[in-house]
Design a protein around this ligand. Structure first.
Ligand code: SF4
Length: 204
């Protein structure tokens, strides 16, 4: 089976998942979308209301902004892979709980193993913290880590990890939006083999 077939098979598993309480109120699970052919994977926190209604990631206003930012980075939305740490919407858009993240993590790991991305861009604190823990390091907060990158092994795959804000946080904050734009403009250089991020040892 090819990569897209494997992703679709996994997506079907996610759509029928009842491993945590978040399945109780969902309209649709949101496995993720995109071919990932550019080698770039974006990971947000959790689906919101529009995503839950449509079963697709980042389709609301934050999603429109993400699409613009992806094109600012010289990429096309259909060529990246977009997903979240948890695949079902937490009620009232609350933060996902630790046990919900733990229950859902095997799906994200399998997505990474299928896609074998060169670059993972984490969007917001929850994604940055989750991926940092998967990479075997502690997370020191967005203020210190945003806009930085490091190379690590996540789910058995060596990958550059780059941390930035969640687009939803920039919708009403022009200062944050400017920093988010600056970060996305660094993506092309992070994909260049000569300019990849610091190693984990450099970062600790
Ligand atoms: Fe399953 Fe993840 Fe949805 Fe929980 S959030 S029900 S673990 S797919």
């Amino acid at each position: 089976m090819d990569r897209l077939g494997e992703l679709e098979e996994l997506a079907n598993e996610i759509r029928s998942c009842t491993l945590c309480r978040l399945h109780e109120n969902r309209i649709n699970a949101v496995p993720g979308e995109g071919s990932g052919s550019s080698g770039v994977m974006f990971i947000g926190e959790a689906p919101g209301r529009s995503e839950d209604e449509m079963g697709r990631p980042f389709v609301g206003r934050a999603g429109q902004l993400l699409t613009e930012l992806i094109s600012l980075a010289g990429l096309r939305r259909e060529d990246v892979y977009i997903t979240n740490v948890v695949k079902c919407r937490p009620p009232g858009n609350r933060d996902p709980l630790e046990d919900e993240i733990r229950a859902c993590l095997p799906y994200l790991r399998r997505q990474i193993q299928i896609l074998r991305p060169r670059l993972i861009v984490t969007l917001g604190r929850h994604a940055a913290k989750t991926i940092a823990m998967e990479a075997g390091r502690s997370f020191r907060g967005m203020t210190r880590e945003r806009g930085r990158s490091y190379i690590a092994v996540v789910a058995g795959v060596e990958v550059t990890i780059f941390m930035t804000y969640h687009p939803a946080a920039a919708l009403y904050n022009p200062g944050l939006l400017e920093r988010l734009r600056e970060d996305f403009m660094k993506i092309p250089s992070l994909l260049s083999p000569a300019k990849r991020g610091a190693t984990l040892d450099d970062f600790l």
